[in-house]
Design a protein around this ligand. Structure first.
Ligand SMILES: [Zn+2]
Length: 132
């Protein structure tokens, strides 16, 4: 269980939802530009409307490479919201320590504390593809 207070969690949940909606808007615009009207219908539902099914996964089925970046980000947010639901949010998945609130405000989808993240980035940098 994380050390986040309920108001902090609420703030982070709001932030995640806002980022998710912003991504959805961009995805919708790109689908509109590409003329996929029947696919846009899928986006007119709110997250969670389709039960437990992930909207990001549904979008991935379209196989539009232009959406890949958005879909990854949406998956991250969906996973973060799921962790909030399960009471696992804000705990580093590597070392089990609390992830600091300011770090979560900067990166609400962060799964690692700053120490583990830096270690990981060093590893990735060596492999030549740094990732958040
Ligand atoms: Zn850690």
């Amino acid at each position: 269980m994380s050390a986040l207070s309920p108001p902090q969690l609420k703030q982070l949940t709001k932030k995640l939802n806002e980022e998710y909606q912003a991504l959805l808007r961009e995805v919708r615009e790109e689908l509109e530009n590409s003329g996929n009207q029947h696919r846009i219908d899928l986006l007119n539902q709110e997250p969670g409307d389709s039960g437990d099914e992930s909207l990001a996964n549904a979008l991935a089925d379209f196989n539009l490479s232009i959406l890949d970046r958005h879909i990854d980000a949406m998956r991250d947010i969906e996973a973060a919201l799921q962790r909030i639901k399960n009471g696992e949010y804000g705990v580093c998945i590597d070392c089990g320590e609390d992830v600091a609130f300011p770090r979560l405000m900067a990166y609400p989808t962060a799964k690692r504390c700053i120490v583990c993240q830096e270690q990981r980035e060093k590893q990735y940098a060596q492999e030549g593809h740094p990732k958040m």
